[in-house]
Write a protein that binds this ligand. Structure first.
Ligand SMILES: Nc1ncnc2c1ncn2[C@@H]1O[C@H](COP(=O)(O)OP(=O)(O)O)[C@@H](O)[C@H]1O
Length: 329
């Protein structure tokens, strides 16, 4: 059963019909203070073909009506790196989508974000992957990160922003246009910095009940060779306390990946519970941040991929994407 709600009035992100973006509250002084070192995040990507633009013709309103426009939890010290600051914002019609996927650990951000990226022709940029790539390299930063990640804690904003900036710059050099960010921003400070630098068109917040999230994290496996994610958990939870029943079939690997499966070191029950706790403390305010800016699309996953994927496309107004793309060409 689908529990997501549709907005009463249509809203376009980005607009193929020329509709304006909603007014955004100003970013906080805290974010503005650190603008120069983060300027690489404004490296917007080269012009995209018209056909690759999409619209979201309605936006589900988030329920929080008293969401703060900015927060003051940032104790900001300048990060230990600099980037060239000669960058500008690009008009949505001159580029591909710039979307963010939010959601608790285990919700499936990576799975849905990467499917959408394949559909829309944009890179899937997951800060968790950037952190794990850094972890697998040798060096002092790797040891420092390992300890943090294996305890389920968040890496510092400076390190994540540095990794993300490098990734965006490398993408720009390759001619990438647009992106879907997965796992970023995860703190209000990250959100403020991003908002001050780059126009994010839409933020999709995937939601699933906590007992299912834990089962999904514990069932998660990664192929050490091809890097794809799978899930061995067979989920069948009854509806209770107003929550609908949820069934999800396992997402099994092909035979050639089966012997190469590994479990992430941070997918133990203790660490998953800690990550969920940190998510609700640090990342839920990020939902409010985007809600207050009219950019948040809330989506309750109704089940596994076969049930959820078509509903997500419908919620994003992408269910007949190919037709719309030809019409816009
Ligand atoms: N935006 C971020 N800010 C801080 N730490 C991050 C960020 N993204 C990823 N990380 C680090 O990488 C780890 C793995 O992230 P991710 O793969 O997104 O896992 P999940 O969504 O399952 O928690 C996180 O627990 C955290 O330590």
């Amino acid at each position: 059963m689908i529990s997501h709600r549709r907005a009463a009035s249509p809203f376009l992100y980005p607009s193929v019909a020329g509709s304006p973006s909603p007014p955004s509250p100003p970013v906080s002084a805290a974010a503005a203070e650190i603008e120069p070192p983060m300027a690489a995040l404004t490296r917007l990507l080269p012009r995209a073909p018209l056909t690759s633009r999409v619209s979201v013709s309605f936006l589900q309103r988030c329920s929080s009506s008293s969401a703060p426009a900015s927060h003051s939890d940032s104790q900001i010290s300048p990060p230990p790196f600099t980037f060239s600051p000669n960058l500008t914002r690009r008009d949505p019609k001159d580029r591909n989508v710039q979307w963010v996927f939010l959601g608790c650990p285990g919700v499936g951000k990576g799975t849905y974000a990467s499917r959408l990226c394949n559909l829309l022709g944009v890179p899937h940029i997951a800060t968790g992957d950037l952190v794990r790539d850094e972890l697998s390299s040798s060096g002092a930063l790797s040891d420092q990160l390992k300890e943090i990640v294996n305890q389920g804690k968040l890496v510092s904003d400076e390190i994540v922003l540095s990794l993300l900036s490098k990734r965006l710059e490398a993408g720009e050099a390759k001619g990438e246009s647009g992106f879907i960010l997965d796992g970023f921003p995860r703190t209000i400070r990250q959100a403020e910095i991003l908002e001050g630098m780059i126009d994010i068109d839409l933020v999709v917040n995937l939601k699933l009940r906590e007992d299912v999230l834990i089962e999904k994290c514990l069932g998660r496996r990664l192929c050490s060779q091809c890097g794809k994610n799978f899930n061995m958990a067979s989920i069948n939870v009854k509806g209770e306390n107003g929550n609908p029943a949820i069934s999800m079939a396992p997402l099994l690997p092909p035979a050639n990946c089966m012997s190469k499966l590994i479990t992430r070191a941070d997918d133990t029950e203790e660490v998953v519970r800690e990550r969920l706790r940190i998510y609700s403390e640090k990342s839920q305010p990020v939902e409010d941040f985007y809600c207050s800016r009219g950019k948040l699309l809330e989506f309750d996953l109704p089940g596994g991929i076969p049930e959820s994927w078509p509903k997500l496309l419908e919620a994003l107004d992408l269910d007949d994407y190919e037709e719309k793309r030809s019409a816009a060409a």
